[in-house]
Design a protein around this ligand. Structure first.
Ligand code: XMP
Length: 326
């Protein structure tokens, strides 16, 4: 019989057994998985845990603030934030291929993360307790889809599973490895995390970087961030969050189409809405959103985001389409 209280008690025991008096680091992505994993480990070993949050500039509106303010307030964890926005933009310049983007983002992420770690390691060593553990918010579907569980083909290189350096100096702590998303959310609620974090829809590690079809630039990220914030606000206002697994908002940066606004002809970019319903992201169906909600999102995006003159809806299930466009 599944019960979040039991799972928490079990995991806290396991984590204490694994970590003992050691020090442990956790990277926060802004998503529910790493937040719940960190909160579990914090419950188990308190201030032996330090969290690192890398702002790679590929986040959605308000996400950094949610981590720095809401998550820290509700858990009391010690947090180090690294602002690496410029570095990622530079590394991604000129790159359009999706797997190439993932590789670059994964590689840069590890480098930035390791720099932050180095400081913490030095500090901990001075106090006589080396950092030996790293928390990962890996879920069961991540394990399966990356081939870790069943030998299945690696469909996309999820950098939270497959991209760790081979000479990893840490022992992994993975308290969510047997769980599905809804179970992770239940545990997060039980641990007292705010709804804005626990209810958050899944968001890929490479972030908005794989939601711009074409090269990633600062200007394109701003366009996509604005459109995404509008879509999310309207879906939440319509009470649809629990019906939707996630709704990627994708900028077709290499596509332009002709439009008209007022007296003028426009030549702007399309935005794709990709609302999906799913149990575990391994299969998905496109969500039949109410027309009036779609109309509001479309009107607002085309009115408020100057570079966008068309909003289109993706009506493909998975398979054959993946949830993300890249
Ligand atoms: P796809 O697009 O493969 O997505 O149907 C399945 C789920 O995985 C997320 N996703 C990723 N997560 N790194 C991640 O951490 C990635 O590179 C990545 N690619 C896709 C996607 O958002 C969906 O929830």
């Amino acid at each position: 019989d599944w019960n979040s209280g039991n799972v928490i008690a079990e995991q806290v025991e396991r984590i204490r057994g694994q970590i003992g008096t050691g020090r442990v680091i956790c990277g926060l992505s802004g998503g529910v998985d790493s937040a719940v994993a960190a909160a579990l480990v914090h419950k188990a070993v308190g201030d032996q845990l330090v969290c690192i949050f890398v702002d790679h500039g590929l986040l959605r509106k308000g996400e950094r603030e949610q981590v720095e303010n809401d998550f820290v307030a509700s858990t009391g964890v010690r947090l180090v934030t690294v602002d690496a926005r410029e570095r990622f933009l530079t590394a991604l310049a000129g790159v359009s291929d999706p797997e190439q983007k993932r590789k670059i983002i994964g590689r840069e992420f590890i480098r930035v993360f390791e720099q932050a770690e180095a400081d913490l390691i030095a500090e901990a060593a001075e106090e006589g307790e080396p950092i030996r553990f790293l928390v990962q918010g890996t879920l069961y579907p991540d394990v399966v889809e990356s081939g870790g569980g069943s030998g299945a083909a690696n469909i996309k290189s999820h950098h939270n599973v497959g991209g760790l350096p081979e000479d990893l100096q840490f022992e992994l702590v993975e308290p969510l490895r047997t769980l599905f998303k809804d179970e992770v959310r239940a545990i997060g609620r039980e641990l007292g995390l705010p709804e804005v974090i626990v209810g958050r829809q899944p968001f890929p590690g490479p972030g908005l970087g794989i939601r711009i079809v074409g090269e990633v630039t600062g200007e394109r990220l701003d366009i996509l961030r604005d459109a995404d914030a509008i879509a999310r606000a309207e879906l939440t206002a319509a009470g649809l969050d629990s019906e939707i697994w996630q709704c990627p908002v994708v900028l077709l940066a290499d596509v332009r189409s002709v439009g008209v606004q007022g007296d003028g002809r426009t030549y702007g970019h399309p935005i794709v809405l990709r609302p999906v319903s799913s149990e575990d992201a391994m299969t998905a169906d496109w969500t039949r959103l109410p027309y009036d909600v779609l109309a509001r999102i479309s009107n607002r995006i085309t009115n408020e985001v100057r570079e966008v003159n068309r909003v289109v809806l993706d009506v493909t299930s998975k398979p054959p389409g993946t949830i993300e466009w890249e």
